[in-house]
Structure formats: C-alpha cells, structure tokens
Design a protein around this ligand. Structure first.
Ligand code: MN
Length: 311
C-alpha cells in the first residue's frame, strides 16, 4: 500500500479532546482512486486503528471497480466496511466472503496471510466504503490467521439516529467480531436536522469521518473526505445533521502504547521482521495461495528503513 515514514516531531499531544481536520490524501490504487485518511503525519493511530482508506461512491459503469490481487499482511486485522456495493474476499487460509452494506468482513492476519479483494458486478451499481486496519498488540500479533464475516450487527439506538457497531463496543453495545485490544468502530446515522448524543468511552481516542449528508460535531461543521481527530477524554459526542440525513464513520480505542513499524502491507516492531516478511512473500513462503485469477502483487523494494511510528 504505502511506505510509511513517520516524522515524530509533528505528533500532537492526545491526552485530551482535540478537534483537528485532516483532509484525505487522494491516492491511486491500481487505477482505483482512494482517499487515505490514516495514517497521517500528525496522527499515526486512533486507538489501535492504524490505517483507513475511504473509496467512492464510484459508478462501476464508469470504473473497473476494485481489483486488488493477492497480497500479504502481518500484524493486523483488516476490516472492510461498505456503504454500497459488494467486495469479494478470498484468502490463503481458506476464508471467503462477500462484504456488503451491514456485513462486516474482518481478517486477522496474525503471523501471516494473503488475500485478494475484488468488487462484484463491474459495469453496474456503485462501490462505496472503507478499508481499515487494526494493529495487533505484541502479545497476540502472531495469532493464527483467520477470516470472519458478521451479519446482523448490533445497533445502538439514539434519540434522532443510531449507530451500527461493527467492531468493539459503543455505548454498551458490543459487536461480535473478535478483537485484541479495546476498540470501537461504528456507522452513525442521524436523521435530517437531528442532534445525537453518542456516548463515548472517556479512556478512548476517537476520530470521525462524514460519509454522507451534512453534519457538525459540537457545532463545528464537517467537510467530506476528511478525518476529524477528536482526541481522548470525551464521554459524549454531539452530532447534528443538516438538511439531509447524515452518515458518519466513528472509530476509537484505547491508546495503543506500543511502537509499531508500518511498511507496505506489514505491521511489525522491528525492521528485520519487515524484511523477513517481504522475503517470504517474494519467495512464496509463509503466506500461502489465494484463489484469484490475476497476478500476485509484488512487494516494493525494501530500501527505506522504517521509522518507528508512535501515537
Ligand atoms: Mn489487504
């Protein structure tokens, strides 16, 4: 995905609430435009969330859609959350499943897995969603690779709207997906003109993205395609929708107090772990085979020595 070099000096204090807009960086992913919202130079992690790409809505009649061939991961969970369309997942541990709105695809890479992701129905409909990664704590980052799909996710009902909880817990509502550190991930919907009071865990860091409609957070209007870093220490988030229903992505979690290295699709702790994972992928070891008709994605040259990424 990307070579991440983290400038350490720019990282802001995050012990209390902040409100910082970070417009997404448009990147081309094999002909498919995405907006990278995390990591950013001033915000590497939100809780254990270490990566967030947003894409769409794109009209599939005008775009080839998403076709990401086999590629490896270590040290994370990948989370696919769609607002429209369908994305098929196939992995080297035998996992397969179609992500669609309301259905979570979560893959625990652990010590190593490879997968491919392809949008369905090219030429028809829309594709719209987010791809996120969760850093695994050191104690569990060598976990067995596994894929799970979750339907019928729990909903936190709020006056004026709701939050569909897809990872962790929000307001006492717990999602079924296996998680490895305290975390929250939810799709928030607010009715036209409604004001929602979303209960938050004060110990968590949070960030939000406006997905659809118009909304403000604590009376500050939100721009689309932008990550809003909300900091930590909030027990409540006040979201007000504008003249149309609003939809937001809300992520959070306990501060991740481990230094991580991110390089390409790998999250580790030491450069030699990254180099070994790259070599294993290039030599066809460790990660296994994926049912996907296209070529495997080769790793870029490992030239940069990753700089530790701290929260
Ligand atoms: Mn992937």
């Amino acid at each position: 995905m990307a070579v991440i070099i983290a400038p350490m000096a720019d990282i802001v204090s995050r012990s209390g609430p902040v409100f910082e807009a970070m417009p997404g960086l448009v990147t081309d992913l094999g002909g498919f435009p995405i907006r990278r919202l995390l990591p950013r130079s001033r915000r590497r992690l939100v809780g254990p969330w270490c990566f967030l790409d947003a894409f769409g809505p794109v009209d599939l009649s005008a775009s080839g859609g998403m076709n990401v061939g086999a590629h490896p991961h270590i040290g994370i969970q990948t989370v696919t959350w769609l607002f429209d369309g369908k994305v098929r997942h196939d992995d080297s541990a035998g996992g397969a499943g179609l992500a669609e709105p309301g259905t979570l695809n979560v893959m625990t890479a652990g010590r190593g897995i490879a997968h491919a992701e392809v949008s369905e129905a090219p030429g028809a409909g829309r594709l719209w969603g987010a791809q996120l990664w969760v850093a695994l704590p050191d104690a569990t980052r060598d976990a067995d690779p596994r894929f799970h799909q979750h339907r019928d996710l729990p909903r936190l009902d709020l006056d004026g709207g709701s939050a569909l909880v897809f990872m962790g817990a929000l307001g006492g509502v717990e999602a079924p997906a296996k998680t490895f550190s305290p975390i929250a991930g939810a799709e928030v919907r607010a009715a036209r003109g409604a004001t929602l009071a979303i209960p938050l865990d004060r110990a968590f860091e949070h960030a939000a993205v406006l997905v659809e409609g118009e909304a403000s957070i604590h009376d500050r209007p939100l721009s689309p395609h932008t990550l809003y870093d909300l900091g930590a220490g909030r027990s409540e988030l006040i979201v007000t929708a504008g003249d149309a229903p609003a939809r937001l992505l809300l992520i959070g979690g306990a501060p991740f107090d481990e230094e991580i290295l991110m390089w390409w699709n790998f999250v580790a702790r030491k450069p030699d772990e990254i180099a070994k994972a790259r070599e294993d992928w290039e030599r066809g070891r460790r990660f296994g085979d994926v049912a996907h008709p296209g070529p495997r994605i080769p790793a870029p040259p490992y030239v940069a020595r990753p700089v530790p990424s701290r929260r």
